[in-house]
Design a protein around this ligand. Structure first.
Ligand SMILES: [Zn+2]
Ligand SMILES: [Zn+2]
Length: 264
């Protein structure tokens, strides 16, 4: 949702997010990873309703600033409704958003769009999930994980990078975790048939490229960091880069490929 400038303004916000206590042993974390279970199934994040509501108001305010017309008015209405809500109303909103029970009634009573709340919640949760993921990654042996879903939260990767040592790292848009994946196979379906995978590029977006796969019909945008330059920094914000390189998505989609592979 929204423009690159909006997402950039959002990613530049910093939040004081409490550091979770990871009271689970490394052995238990290792067992979960080996069983293919994302670690939040073992250690769920603790997210305060007030903290999450505050983040939601900030991201709604930024969207209102970066949009115009109806979208700006709707985003501003969301911000106003959150600011007016009392503690129990905020708690109900956050619970509905986080556990997926829905916020239609909450939204309807306040004249705001539930879809807008859901979309903003997907952004507002990022700092909380990133903090949780960083704490878990400090303890868990993530190198054991080779699946194509996030080892911390289970989300599908948005993009990936190939580092200067030729290792592929998939990136999670929800919690910002990066994890290693087989370099030669398709990151969507893991086929190792190299003849099925080919590349599309746009001169102005290099060293980004799209890897398209005829085994699964999926595509994955990939940042090739092997040739140095600003985008070879390990800390490059891959979530923002995903938004900046939308032309590559269009290129792959025009040819019939889709993120996550063809529909079953
Ligand atoms: Zn994740
Ligand atoms: Zn594939």
């Amino acid at each position: 949702m929204g423009s690159y400038d909006f997402l950039k303004a959002w990613r530049e916000q910093s939040f004081q997010v409490e550091s979770p206590l990871v009271s689970v042993s490394e052995a238990d974390l290792e067992e979960a990873l080996q069983a293919g279970a994302p670690l939040i199934t073992l250690v769920p994040p603790v997210i305060s309703a007030d903290g999450f509501a505050a983040a939601l108001a900030v991201v709604a305010g930024l969207l209102a600033e970066h949009q115009s017309g109806d979208a700006a008015a709707q985003a501003a209405a969301v911000k106003g409704a959150i600011q007016k809500a009392g503690p129990s109303e905020r708690a109900a909103l956050v619970q509905g958003l986080l556990d997926g029970t829905g916020v239609e009634e909450w939204a309807a009573q306040r004249g705001v769009l539930a879809g807008m709340l859901d979309a903003l919640a997907g952004l507002a949760i990022q700092p909380f999930m990133a903090r949780h993921a960083a704490a878990l990654a400090g303890v868990a042996p993530l190198g054991l994980w080779r699946q194509n879903a996030c080892p911390i939260c289970g989300s599908a990767p948005d993009v990936c990078r190939i580092d200067p040592d030729n290792m592929r790292h998939l990136h999670c848009p929800t919690c910002d975790t990066q994890w290693e994946h087989h370099r030669l196979s398709c990151p969507t379906c893991s086929t190792d048939d190299v003849k099925k995978v080919s590349l599309l590029t746009l001169e102005e977006l290099k060293p980004w490229r799209v890897e398209i796969c005829d085994a699964c019909g999926g595509y994955m945008k990939t940042l090739d960091q092997r040739h140095g330059g600003l985008l070879a920094r390990p800390k490059v914000d891959l979530f923002l880069e995903d938004a900046r390189t939308l032309q590559l998505d269009l290129l792959a989609e025009e040819q019939g490929y889709r993120r996550g592979g063809r529909l079953q």
